[in-house]
Design a protein around this ligand. Sequence first.
Ligand SMILES: [Zn+2]
Length: 324
Amino acid sequence: MRIVLLFAVLIFFSGISVEAGEITKKSDMYEKRLELYKKTETATGVPWFYIAAVDQYERSIRYVRKDLPKPDGIIGIYIHPEQWKGIANPDKKDINPVTISFFNGLGQDGNGDGIANPNDEEDVLFTIGNYFSKYGVDDTRFRIALWNYYKRDKTVGAIMTNAKIYRKMDRIDLDDKAFPIPKGYNYTYHNTWGDRRGWGGRRMHEGTDIFAGYGAPVRAVAYGVVELKGWNKFGGWRVGIRDLNNTYHYYAHLNGFAKDLKIGKVVKPGDVIGSVGSSGYGPPGTAGKFPPHLHFGMYKDNGINEWAFDPYPHLKAWERVERK
Ligand SMILES: [Zn+2]
């Protein structure tokens, strides 16, 4: 009995120390990452939040793309070998900055060891910084540089979103989340993912409905930028916010918007963006065709396409953390 108890105590304490260890590891990682961004800013003149924005975008797509290696280091940027060495370069694993430059490859030596190593994080960051520095360092020029590099509007938008958040918050440890309805308000929800919907033809239900009273506050769940605000015949008054993981959060059937909410605004988890209503299923202003609720949807973009995924497990997790 005593031995069992001892084991239980040991397991309990080792569990705690693992958790604490993970937390310090994460903050250490953020510290190291920010240090590398700032070093790149010093070396290339490109503000750290632009570098951070590209790095975070690349990290986020690598988690959901099968054709890209999963991120494993502090830095998330992946430069394709063809781009690194130069397309016409016959040496597939060229790490010589002189020949790489001769074949118009991007690869640079960032730490002064004489080699341009695509597996060296300082070389990778310097290479990216060097690329962007050629365009100039304001939002307009950065946007042009992004377009030429990625050739996709949505990607440019996602990276500009990241840059705006990092610049405004002036830090990169921005993992906090909030449940959309604050404590003290009654609400109910269950998993409604995939249910059939009646209005406007047969559509799959792409989200979770959180039922609450008219006027209950609706809050941003993550750090993000408001991308959409207005009326849609299905969603009524709705708001769309993109976060740092290139996940789009969709809030529909609102009663109204928070006064200061506008497109382009940076929001923090817990910021009130509007209130629960029953708007939608008709021309602007239509309401009351169903009980008041927040329709909450999540969409993931992987740099090629965007798809809806089930927000229910995420809502449950945010709720659990917040109610602790
Ligand atoms: Zn719904």
